[in-house]
Every structure is written in C-alpha cells, then in structure tokens.
Design a protein around this ligand. Structure first.
Ligand code: GLN
Length: 489
C-alpha cells in the first residue's frame, strides 16, 4: 500500500484519487465525494510527517467507503431514498480503526439500496457500471467499492457481505474481496441488513493489502456483542494448527516434514501439503464453461505446487439459497422496521395522520426490492407460516453448518466459483428477482455457516470479463486463507 512519507505527500495521494474519481464520474461509483475533509486530513498528516511525528500504518492512504457505513463525513444513505438527508452522530468501529491508522476516506460508494441485490441496479442513485465493460453490471451489492478499486481510484474500499456482496462484485471486476468469519470485524455503525449473516470486509488489489487491513479492522468490540476475540492477530487464538496450512514450499517444510503424516482419503501426505476441496455438485452445465475451465486450471496449478485436490460432495448446499432467501428477508423485515419517517432521513410530507406518515414514507422511501423482502420476511415470520418456512430454513442452516464442518475434516480449504457467470448485462435480470437471487447460489452458504471466503481474480473470459474464484476456509482461518491465496497466483 502506498503510504504518505516525506517524498510523497498525503495531499498528493488524496488529490490524485479525487482527480481519478472525477475522471470516472460516469461510472456512477460515488454517492458523495469527501473532498474538503479529505484534503484537510491529508494536510494534517503531512504536517505530522514534516515534524517527524509517528503516523499510522495507513498514513494518507485514500480509500472508498461503502455508503452503508456510518461516519461523521457526508450523509449515510445506504443508496436508499428513505435515508436521504441522514447524517450520522456516530462512527462505525471499522471506520474508526482505519482512520486511527490515518487512512483518508475520499468518497462514499454506491450500492443496491440497503445492500439488497447482486448488481447495484437497486440503488436509488442508479447502477454503477462494470470496470471492464460499461454495458455490464458492477455486481452487488458493493458495486461502487469494487469498481473504485478495479479502476485504481483507491487502493482499497470497504464492503459488507451478507450473502456475497463483497465476493461477487470483486469477481465481476477482477479484484480481491474478503468476507471474513462472522464476528471477526465489528458491525457496529453499519446499516444492518441481516444481523446473523452481515460481515464487514474489504476490496484490495493484493492479498498482502487485505492482510494489513484485516490486522487493523478485526477484533472484539464492546459495542458489537457478536464480535469474536481478536484471533486474527493472535496465532494461538486460532482453531488451526498453522503447520497444516503453510504453503507447500519445499524450503518451508522445516521440522513439519518429520512429524507424523496426515491421512487424507487413505493417502499419506506430508504435513506441508494442503488439501483443497472442490465441490462436485458445482461442476455442472449451469456454471459458465469458461469459469469451470478457470477452476480446473487453478486446480492444476495447485497440484503442480504439491497440493492435493479432494473431491467433495456437499448435498446440503442445495438448500442454501432457499434457506438464505427466507432467513435474510426475515431479518431484513425486522431491521428495516425502524425507518418510519420519524427518526431517520426522508419523511413524506402532507400525511394526514401518523399511520399515513408511516405508509407514505415507507411506500416512497423504499425501493421495490426492499419492499419485496419486507413482505417475504413478515410472511415467513407470521404465526401461520413460521413453522413451514422460517423454522425449516433454520434447520437447513444447521445442516449447512454441519456440512462445512464435515468438509473441513477432509480438506483445509475449498475452491469454488464465486458466481455461475461473469458480469451480466445491465437490465438483464433486474425485472426477474428469481434470476437475480440465483446469482447468489454459490456465495450465500458461507454466510449461513459463518465461514470466511476470499474472492480471487482468476483470469478473464475470451471477451475480456474477469473471472473470480472463491477460496473458503473454516471459521477463524481468515489469516491463513489470505496467505494461502498466494499459491493461486
Ligand atoms: N445478493 C445478495 C442479496 O441480495 C447478497 C447481498 C449482500 O451480501 N448484502 O441478498
């Protein structure tokens, strides 16, 4: 990461980023540019550098903030009409941690309103364009953040991943995108979508940048009771035996090569060999042929480096999409109930009484996809249908959690496509919610199970669109996952 120093000023870095952001204005990446405050901060950092004072690990690094993170700079709208005019009185923990290391937010990025979607077309501000093909979607919901990194406006951007919203846009734009283990990074001060699957993560150009950001952002937060103790920066706190996860470089074998070999599928393997699972069920016609080919190539690469490919059957994953689209809307309906026109942002005027105020504000303020989820969520939670839908989905979720546990007894990581296809055309799926939901078929199971996944650039299609693969690890293996992703380069 290029940080400010005596030779390159923070002001220069920020000015360059702002110039690029303006140059790419027609991609509709930013909902707000933080010009004045960013330049002021940059100058302060430069003064500290000039005085020889200590500066943070991200000194003067410009970054883009997905517009569902609360901070004192700009309105936080989550790209939703109902939040227009909302200025936050608090700062999200993740933002506070980045800024404590002197990173500088240059703008807020576009998303599907309330992060509901897979293309950024559900934004009140209109879609963001794909970095590689302006007729195609950026992916979503964090489309703006992914494109900001892909077009090199900033070196990193924040994202939220409830069911793929970091990994899928990362894969559509050829950058790295991490959904960490559930609870690794505090959700405090981030507009809630589905509290049991929401994760905070990043977009970067390299695994090392991702590691740096995670080492800064992770850790327990008294303001978020679901955060885990900081295992990311504490090797002894992980559930893993790190020797099992070291990349298989002959030089790095050390004493590990002499210790007891592990048994995988009846084969004895040296400890430095990593087992990578591929899911049999995902190798079918519904996955784009060029993506399947990219996966095969990466498997060959891993084998050539001495790793072992293990075939997995994970039949419970076929329930993931259905379970996700019951559990998530249920949580969405609950989380969105607070937007009533009284406390936050937009209020529909001339309503004759309180009921009309709620009705009009919510009718005008939410996007159609938000409303669809509120209706589905309240339906699956209603007394007549709770057992048939929500309870069944919760049971399917337990099956999925167990399926991952079983898989990770046979392998160390799993490699899959991020989505069944590369970036699709703008408008292609926006009026077909089921087709849009099917985009998430490979990403949502990780959120239901709470396991981490890293989207990795894996080449391009013949027509020049990026292909992404995701490397999945067991819970709390985030650091090792990022490190191991270098084996796929
Ligand atoms: N595309 C998924 C959805 O629409 C994921 C959204 C997300 O991760 N925020 O629910």
């Amino acid at each position: 990461m290029k940080t400010a120093n005596k030779k390159v000023s923070a002001e220069r870095l920020v000015r360059d980023a702002l110039t690029k952001a303006k140059h790419f204005a027609d991609y509709n990446i930013f909902t707000f540019l933080n010009e004045e405050a960013a330049l002021k901060k940059a100058r302060e950092i430069d003064e500290r550098i000039a005085r020889g004072e200590k500066v943070g690990k991200l000194a003067g690094v410009p970054y883009a903030l997905k517009d569902n993170f609360l901070s004192l700079e700009g309105e936080t709208t989550a790209s939703a009409h109902i939040l227009q005019g909302f200025t936050s009185p608090i700062t999200a923990t993740a933002v506070a941690k980045l800024e404590a290391e002197d990173a500088i937010m240059i703008g807020r990025t576009n998303l599907d309103a309330f992060a509901h979607g897979s293309s950024t077309e559900n934004s009140y501000f209109g879609p963001t364009l794909n970095a590689f093909d302006r007729e195609r979607v950026a992916g979503g919901s964090s489309g703006g953040s992914a494109v900001a990194v892909a077009l090199d406006i900033v070196e990193f951007a924040t994202g939220t991943d409830t069911g793929g919203s970091i990994r899928q846009p990362a894969s559509f734009n050829g950058v790295y995108g991490l959904k960490p283990t559930y609870g690794c990074v505090s959700r405090y001060g981030v507009v809630a979508m589905a509290s049991s699957t929401d994760c905070i993560g990043f977009f970067t150009k390299t695994p090392d940048d991702m590691d740096l950001l995670m080492s800064i952002a992770s850790g327990q937060d008294p303001k978020d009771m679901t955060t885990l103790p900081d295992y990311y920066n504490d090797e002894s706190g992980t559930e893993l035996d790190s020797s099992r996860h070291a990349p298989a470089r002959p030089s790095s074998r050390g004493s590990g090569a002499q210790s007891a070999p592990v048994v995988a599928d009846g084969l004895e393997l040296p400890n430095s060999c990593t087992r990578i699972g591929v899911i049999k069920d995902f190798d079918n016609e519904s996955v784009d042929a060029e993506i399947r080919e990219a996966l095969k190539k990466k498997c060959e690469l891993l084998k050539s480096k001495g790793h072992k490919i293990v075939e997995l059957e994970m039949p419970a994953l076929k329930y993931a999409l259905a379970a996700y689209y019951i559990i998530v809307p249920a949580e969405v309906a609950s989380n969105l109930s607070r937007y009533d026109g009284v406390r936050y942002g937009f209020r529909s005027e001339d309503s004759k009484d309180l009921d009309a105020l709620y009705y009009n504000t919510r009718s005008e303020g939410f996007m159609p996809e938000n409303k669809r989820r509120i209706m589905i969520g309240n339906f699956v939670l209603s007394s007549g249908f709770y057992d048939a839908y929500f309870l069944k989905a919760a049971k399917a979720r337990t099956l999925i959690v167990k399926e991952y546990e079983k898989a990770f007894s046979k392998c160390d990581y799993i490699l899959t496509p991020v989505s069944p296809n590369p970036a699709f055309k703008l408008g292609e799926k926006v009026n077909d919610p089921v087709a849009m939901y099917l985009e998430d078929v490979m990403s949502v199971s990780l959120n239901l199970a709470g396991v981490p996944g890293l989207a990795i650039p894996a080449g391009k299609t013949k027509s020049g669109l990026p292909i992404g693969l995701q490397l999945v690890g067991k819970r709390r293996s985030d650091k090792q996952l990022i490190e191991f992703s270098k084996e796929l380069m």
